[in-house]
Write a protein that binds this ligand. Structure first.
Ligand code: 3PG
Length: 381
């Protein structure tokens, strides 16, 4: 795999670089999102070395446009506020003090001409999932994207579990590199996957239950697996415990996991209107102590319904324990990181022993031992 960080200023100056970012962030989270901060740092890295930057990303899961709309109609009609990338023109312009050109059409010939007219600057494509070829990993779309630039950078770990044209197929047609953010993720996860004698603790909560089951199986060697949220409810239900109307998943085979001695269930929980909505204070203390004694912690998923203030206590307590711990801590999952981004102080966010991953599903797939198409594509190069 080749890394963007290894390229010199000379190798980048005057080049046009297509960067795949993951700008899949709610409008209300943009200001404090690490996904966006790291995207800005990567663009800055390229601009400061004299490259022209073309940004491609998805946002949400839009219905792809009919073919006729993609080339001939300007601008592309009807894109919802949650799916357009238009607002990033201002976000990048403000943060980078550079001109940003936003293309609200997908006529690649015209886009290429526009890029050629500027010797530097940032160019932003509209949501790439509006093109049906993206999710089909289409060679045609990959070639069209590759035609815009001299080199390609994948800096979107969070979408690297998708075999999509701007993530995987594109690497066949243009020199391709792992970006700065992706490199940080790979370094952190490599460290986590090394089976050392150090006590490793896995913390799993939130929804996406079946994906997390795979992670538990891959980390059978973990000293402890601390469970909360939907995953704990599913395990309670599998053992015949009462969970009322709480979120859980039926029809998942858990016999092997319920037998695992290292998998801990909450000792006490917070009930509200017939549902379990947080771990209790006793559990928060117990889990906090385990985190503080660990040497490596991997955490994905909140312990409670963090959208509501009164059910944040458990997740907040574990965040404090992670900050105080001597362990190397990796935290990922959209819900978990956006909650932490909203409560963490600036010094906490600078703690060297904590790595906030931008990956949600990608993190779970990677930890479960699945191959990520975006990463495999870079390795094949
Ligand atoms: C994410 O937010 O996890 C990524 O952007 C991937 O999004 P997706 O699940 O829609 O592919």
């Amino acid at each position: 795999m080749k890394f963007l960080s290894s390229l010199s200023k000379k190798q980048l100056a005057g080049k046009t670089v297509l960067v795949r970012l993951d700008l899949n962030v709610e409008a209300s989270d943009i200001a404090h999102s690490i996904r966006i901060q790291r995207a800005i740092e990567t663009i800055q890295f390229l601009c400061s070395r004299g490259a022209r930057v073309v940004v491609a990303s998805h946002r949400g899961r839009p219905q792809p446009l009919a073919e006729a709309m993609t080339n001939d109609q300007f601008p592309i009609p009807k894109i919802s506020k949650g799916e357009t990338l238009r607002m990033f023109k201002n976000v990048f312009q403000k943060a980078l003090k550079e001109k940003v050109t936003f293309f609200d059409y997908f006529d690649f010939k015209k886009i290429k001409e526009e890029i050629a007219q500027d010797s530097n600057g940032i160019f932003l494509l509209e949501n790439i999932r509006l093109l049906s070829g993206e999710e089909q990993n289409s060679k045609t779309l990959a070639k069209q994207l590759a035609s815009l630039a001299d080199m390609y950078v994948n800096d979107a770990f969070a979408v690297s579990h998708r075999a999509h044209a701007s993530v995987a197929a594109i690497t066949r047609y243009i020199p391709s590199y792992a970006g700065i953010e992706l490199e940080q993720e790979l370094v952190a996860f490599k460290r986590a996957k090394q089976k050392t004698a150090d006590p490793l603790v896995l913390v799993l909560g939130g929804a996406k239950i079946s994906d997390k089951i795979g992670v538990i199986r891959s980390f059978a060697h973990a000293e402890a697996v601390l469970t909360g949220g939907g995953i704990a409810n599913t395990l309670f239900a599998a053992q015949g415990e009462y969970i009322g109307k709480s979120l859980y998943e039926k029809n998942v085979s858990l016999d092997d996991i319920t037998r695992m001695k290292n998998v801990l269930l909450p000792l006490d929980v917070v009930w509200h209107e017939g549902k379990i909505l947080d771990i209790g204070r006793g559990t928060a203390r117990e889990y906090g102590d385990v985190i503080q004694a660990a040497r490596m912690v991997i955490w994905n998923g909140p312990m409670g319904l963090t959208e509501q203030k009164k059910f944040r206590i458990g997740t907040r307590a574990l965040w404090r324990a992670a900050c105080a711990s001597k362990a190397f801590v990796i935290i990922g999952g959209g819900e978990t990181t956006s909650f932490i981004e909203s409560i963490a102080s600036a010094p906490q966010l600078r703690l060297k022993h904590i790595f906030l991953s931008i990956g949600g599903g990608a993190m779970l797939d990677y930890l479960s031992g699945k191959k990520l198409p975006g990463i495999e594509a870079l390795e094949r190069k």
